[in-house]
Design a protein around this ligand. Sequence first.
Ligand SMILES: [Zn+2]
Length: 248
Amino acid sequence: MEYDSLDDFRERAGYVIGDMWYPRVTSIVNIKSKPALYRYYANMPGWRAADEAKERSAEEGSRVHDAAEAVLRGYEPIIDEFTRPAVEALMEFLRNTHVKPLLVEERLVSRLHHYAGTVDLVAEVNGVIGVVDIKTSKAVYRDYGLQTAAYAAALREDPALPHPATSWVLRLDQCRTCANCSGSMRTKGGTVRVNGKGSRSCAHAWGPMTGQFEFKELADHEADFKAFLAAKDLWEWEHRDFLQRLTK
Ligand SMILES: [Zn+2]
């Protein structure tokens, strides 16, 4: 079971804002199945090892988020072995792109559609206002559009908040590149993975861990928001019993 008790559900699946409980955007979008995740589980030595690596990787991701938040607020980030390349990638992105942060790690609420979430960043990027979601995954998945569309819609409900024209994913990644075969090595949650054209016989000569960024627009705003609301309907159906007990 995803949640142990009503308290667990209340705590982890939502936010209390004022005297209202709102389901979380991240919890809602989790209802959608993720084929890439099954592939990940299938490639791991066992279920528990996969779960533990996933948890460590999520923890690494949240350290990168904290460091990125500090940088975007103009503070000195906490840098460790894992966050350093990601922070360097973020710095490089900020040097090359005109980014004016408007909101950093801000709780947003849709009173119209009844959900809440925390947006990583709302910024003016090269003159365009948009939602920026920071990810540490190895690719930008279409799924991210559900989350950013939900934040964008919540922002547009409040005349006092910046109104985004689009959404982007800023992916902060890090890997080591082989000097011989140009294969790449990533370490996520303690698991080492080698990708690329690298020939199997190559006696890899790995370079240093280097940060990289990808900044990608998610442009299907309307379709994404429609899909988010559909996910929310399904999520409410799935958690009907908890939701009924919550509103009692
Ligand atoms: Zn190699």
